[in-house]
Design a protein around this ligand. Structure first.
Ligand SMILES: [Zn+2]
Ligand SMILES: [Zn+2]
Length: 402
């Protein structure tokens, strides 16, 4: 498909043709499309209809392809990455100087839109992708250092005078449709707010780290604006994810988790029966108002099976698991359950964190040859790093693996 990219942003015969093409493409069954790599470049065309057409194709194709990608990655144990053609579109971040020029020139708006639509297509990759595949994509974004420029531009653009950020209460934060806004500025606002929501959903840790390091001038306003407009939606999505997951679990299974999910207080109470005599062992996970700029909090409600010290470490580990998994609450619940099961079976736990499950969901598999205690790899390496030597944390002999 060759679409002429003339310098003019408005070119009626071309735009009419492209619009016709777009409608035709919409009716093609998606399975018939095999390679869309040639379409990424069309996002940068200085024509709204060409951009919209390219976006329509990618937005339909990419989420549907992710199940197959996830399946292939699981089967072949290979890695996967975001397409280079797409990454290259994220390297040139728009600036406020461009925006100031844009008031007289639609070409600048379409340049900004090309960049933002490319990001939207990046997040399309996360839809239907397995957690390992999402991790590969996250690593790509991190290695190319493209997220911070997006976030910086977002709040430069959305911030009005006196540090006030644009009112998002009339914006559909969770969805975006091109060419539905009254003007280019409004559309850019919408797209930025929507992308920030997707950043908090899919790149929670990186976005949070940006916020922690951000300048004082903007830190407070971003936090309260996020709390008001974005966090309730992200928390709602997280709780819904847990609800969907638990409905696929067998409630009659041994040591089944019982959940009480309360959207109003953004809290989950998880309990597991232990024996007839004692109450079920129980924790709560609560999402703070500015979630996920502030992390999920894990609190003990009913301690059974283990002593106070171990219990405290369990709660910390579960909190760490959730953070490590980019806010995935299901992983935290699974770690809780594995620890309870492990304690009941007398399974050996890590001598550093007292958990069966580590923050990266592994069992303790490093054993000291001298004292025979077992450790998680992550816990042991953290210890080596902080103590700057490779001795066993318990017996202090040089650590020899067995
Ligand atoms: Zn450990
Ligand atoms: Zn030892």
């Amino acid at each position: 498909m060759h679409i002429p990219d003339s310098a003019t942003t408005f070119h009626q015969p071309r735009d009419v043709t492209v619009e016709l093409l777009r409608r035709l493409i919409k009716s093609i069954p998606i399975e018939k499309l095999e390679d869309v790599s040639g379409v990424f470049g069309l996002l940068t065309a200085h024509s709204r209809s060409v951009q919209r057409t390219a976006f329509t194709i990618l937005h339909r194709f990419i989420p549907q392809a992710q199940e197959q990608v996830s399946f292939d990655v699981a089967l072949s144990k290979t890695s996967v990455s975001l397409p280079d053609e797409l990454i290259s579109l994220l390297l040139e971040t728009p600036t406020m100087e461009m925006v100031n020029e844009a008031y007289g020139d639609d070409k600048v708006w379409t340049t900004i839109r090309a960049y933002l639509l490319s990001w939207k297509v990046v997040f399309d990759h996360f839809t239907n992708a397995s957690l390992p595949v999402q991790e590969f994509y996250t690593t790509n974004i991190k290695e190319n250092e493209v997220l911070i420029p997006l976030l910086e531009f977002t709040f430069d653009f959305l911030q009005k005078s006196h540090g006030k950020i644009v009112d998002a209460s009339k914006i559909d934060v969770q969805n975006f449709e091109p060419d539905q806004s009254e003007n280019a500025e409004r559309e850019t606002q919408w797209l930025l707010v929507h992308l920030y929501y997707l950043c908090l959903r899919h790149l929670a840790n990186m976005t949070k780290n940006w916020w922690i390091d951000t300048k004082k001038r903007i830190k407070g306003p971003v936090e309260s604006w996020t709390e008001k407009h974005i966090s309730p939606l992200v928390s709602g999505d997280a709780l819904q994810g847990v609800e969907d997951w638990i409905s696929t679990q067998d409630p009659n299974e041994e040591r089944a988790l019982t959940l009480k999910i309360s959207p109003k207080t953004a809290e989950i109470i998880a309990s597991i029966p232990v024996d007839e005599e004692s109450p079920p062992v129980s924790i709560s996970i609560s999402l703070p108002p500015a979630y996920p700029l502030h992390p999920a909090l894990v609190v003990g409600r009913s301690r059974v099976l283990v002593d106070e010290k171990k219990w405290k470490n369990w709660l910390l580990t579960i909190q760490g698991v959730i953070m490590f998994a980019n806010g995935n609450l299901v992983d935290g619940l699974l770690a809780f359950r594995r620890n309870v099961q492990g304690a009941l079976k007398g399974q050996s736990e890590c001598a550093i964190c007292y958990s069966v499950i580590s923050t990266d969901m592994q069992t303790p598999n490093k054993r000291c040859a001298t004292c025979k205690n077992t450790f998680h790899s992550v816990c042991l390496f953290r210890w080596f790093k902080s103590s700057n030597q490779s001795t066993c944390p318990l017996c202090r002999n040089n650590f020899v693996y067995v």
